[in-house]
Write a protein that binds this ligand. Structure first.
Ligand code: ADP
Length: 642
């Protein structure tokens, strides 16, 4: 009985992606081969790994050699890439090939909508790992036949990239997958070379896939003299050297070989910004080849994202994403670790306690941080590019990795009041501190502009004290776990009392303030009573020079920025009472004093207190607790003075 083919529709996003591929002007279309070979190599890795516990998967009829074959038919204009790896069941074909795993994500939908230029097509494919579809850049029909190891039936999938694909049961005597591309006519300017030409295949394999650990074999036509006659014979030719890159001496490997390897394992289309090679011999033996990407992956801050290095035991892949090899804040690092001391069948639970792994993790972490340090010192522009993409993740290490905290802190860069354009390190900040300045000042907030305009910084600006502007969520946690740097305390400009200047100046200012505070104690109490719901104290301040009022937090309170972040992320709904600080030199305060002295019961004092609270909240970018009430008070005030 001949099975009937069933037609299915691609998901909307898959179809969009296919359209992008089909119409792509991207000129390096030959990378489709790298993508398909990489899938084939992964499939063999998976088989080898599963066979460790299920040796029956290695059916003898399939032969004992693992290999990837390229077969061409110049007349039919087809290229077939086949492997004897794990293969796929019918269900797996539907879920792996018919859908894009990540297409459900919001980011993917947005990116695909915006993708029109050539670069964004490349980035899209790279970032979302949708390599199989790149075959539609060079083929107008793709046929895939696959049989899962251990199963008896095979599945044939076929599509012309029009939004539909068909599935039908097929015959295939061996496990594995073969993908036949019905090639578009060659168009060298458009990036479509004649991929039925074995020389072109060989060149492409050498360029992109030389390090693949399984032979990539092609049939080569050779002319032979036999009995005085010239005959043509077909011979297998292995196109790749198969040497794992990480065991070759560094001096023998070119930058571009490293870059190609990176692109394959990271599914990235851009070169890495840095390659790091490590080799340890001795008590624990391992090699590592690590890469720092030049762009942040789109899912860097998604909690469910899997990360980790590829883990090999004596060249055999035993885990695709081993998270235990790096701390979370370095999750953007891609690469491989090959250890001589690990058993092949190590489980995730065992990994966590394995002392080899713990030790390797320690070394790798240190090496990555040292490399970044070196980059910062010797290649500052490159480091800046790294920082802009990935610095936010690195910051997580300050509260997260106590052992390396000092190293990480020395790598941090911040915006500051010193320079609009340039970022600063803490060390450089300290170098610029005023003679009498004791502490490092920072302020957290939504944006540079909001912090810059905030009244809290007035006294700092007047004295020419630099303030760090911290605008990222992680900064709040960072400063909490970093009480000081090189013996200088880190202090928030919007928390606690502000005392600036020399010891003498500070002493005097403090005394003056205390006196005025005492003189005005009754007035401040009246104002506080009116604002009781939001304010725990009303006091006078040296913080302000031109503004009449601002709100500050207690030394150990959450900042309003953090409160907003926690509320937004629904982690916590806290509303701490703040402290209202009045500028004793401001005409508004002097008027309040006058009014209070004339009539201590004056009911308008309470209204003014409320307006001042609103004023202070708006100035720092916070929301008003009752905007309608605020507007009523302001319009009454306008009417009174008009
Ligand atoms: P990626 O390789 O980034 O996951 P692809 O679109 O290239 O994305 O492939 C999707 C999935 O299809 C793979 O993750 C794998 O599960 C499956 N697949 C692709 N090619 C093969 C193959 N040759 N053998 C077995 N499975 C494959």
């Amino acid at each position: 009985m001949v099975a009937k083919a069933e037609t299915y529709q691609f998901q909307a996003e898959t179809k969009q992606l296919l359209d992008l591929m089909i119409h792509s002007l991207y000129t390096h279309k030959e990378i489709f081969l790298r993508e398909l070979i990489s899938n084939a190599s992964d499939a063999i890795d998976k088989l080898k790994f599963e066979a460790l516990t299920k040796p029956e998967l290695l059916e003898p009829s399939a032969g004992s050699d693992y290999e990837i074959r390229l077969e061409t038919d110049p007349v039919e204009r087809t290229l077939t890439i086949s492997d004897n790896g794990i293969g796929m069941t019918r269900e797996e074909v539907i879920s792996n090939i018919g859908t894009i795993a990540r297409s459900g994500t919001k980011e993917f939908r947005e990116k695909i909508k915006a993708a029109n230029s050539e670069n964004s097509v490349a980035e899209l494919i790279g970032q979302f790992g949708v390599g199989f579809y790149s075959s539609f850049m060079v083929a107008d029909k793709v046929t895939l036949v696959t049989r899962r190891a251990g199963e008896t039936t095979a599945t044939k999938w076929e599509s012309i990239g029009d939004g539909n694909y068909s599935l039908v049961e097929a015959d295939q005597p061996f496990r594995g997958t073969s993908i036949t591309l019905h090639l578009k006519p060659a168009d060298v300017d458009g990036g479509i070379e004649d991929f039925t030409d074995t020389n072109i295949l060989e060149r492409t394999v050498k360029q992109y896939s030389d390090f693949v650990t399984y032979p990539i074999i092609c049939k080569e036509v050779r002319k032979e003299e036999k009995d005085g006659q010239t005959v043509t014979v077909l011979e297998d030719k292995t196109l790749n050297s198969m040497k794992p890159l990480w065991i070759r001496p560094q001096s023998e490997v070119t930058e571009s070989e490293y870059a190609e390897f990176y692109k394959q394992i990271a599914h990235d289309w851009k070169d890495p910004i840095k390659t790091i090679q490590l080799k340890a011999e001795g008590r624990i033996e391992y090699q590592a080849l690590l890469f720092i990407p030049s762009k942040a992956p789109f899912d860097l801050f998604m909690p469910a994202t899997e990360s980790g290095l590829r883990l090999y035991a004596k060249r055999v892949l035993i885990m695709e994403k081993c998270e235990e090899l790096l701390p979370k804040y370095l999750r953007f690092i891609k690469g491989i670790v090959d250890s001589a001391d690990l058993p092949l069948n190590i489980s995730r639970q065992m990994l966590q306690q394995d002392r080899h792994i713990t030790q390797i993790r320690k070394w790798i972490t240190k090496k990555v941080l040292d490399t970044l340090k070196e980059m910062q010192e010797k290649e500052s522009e490159k480091y800046l590019a790294f920082w802009k993409e990935l610095g936010t993740a690195l910051k997580e290490g300050v509260p997260g990795d106590f052992e390396n905290q000092e190293r990480i802190v020395s790598l941090l860069l911040f915006e500051s009041s010193h320079d609009q354009e340039k970022l600063t390190s803490l060390k450089d900040y300290v170098g610029r501190m005023k003679e009498e300045q004791k502490d490092i000042y920072y302020m957290t907030g939504e944006s540079r502009q909001m912090i810059e305009n905030s009244p809290h910084l007035e006294a700092f600006k007047e004295r020419g004290y630099e303030v760090l502007y911290l605008t990222e969520t992680v900064d709040e946690f960072l400063v909490q776990s970093l009480p000081e740097f090189e013996g200088k305390k880190l202090k928030s400009a919007s928390k606690g009392a502000v005392e600036l200047g020399s010891e003498e100046e500070k002493e005097k200012a403090k005394k003056d303030l205390e006196e005025r505070q005492k003189e005005n104690a009754d007035l401040l109490e009246v104002l506080k009573k009116k604002l009781d719901t939001y304010i725990k104290e009303v006091r006078l301040s040296n913080r302000l020079t031109s503004s009449p009022v601002c709100l500050v937090s207690g030394e150990y309170d959450y900042s309003p920025h953090l409160e907003r972040l926690l509320q937004r992320s629904k982690m916590m709904d806290i509303k701490q009472k703040r402290i209202m600080e009045l500028n004793p030199k401001h005409p508004i305060f002097l008027k309040l004093q006058e009014r209070f002295n004339a009539n201590r019961e004056d009911s308008t004092l309470g209204d003014y207190a409320e307006i001042l609270l609103g004023y202070a909240l708006i100035a720092e970018g916070s929301e008003l607790p009752d905007p309608v009430r605020f507007n009523t008070l302001v319009s009454e005030l306008i009417l009174k003075t008009l």
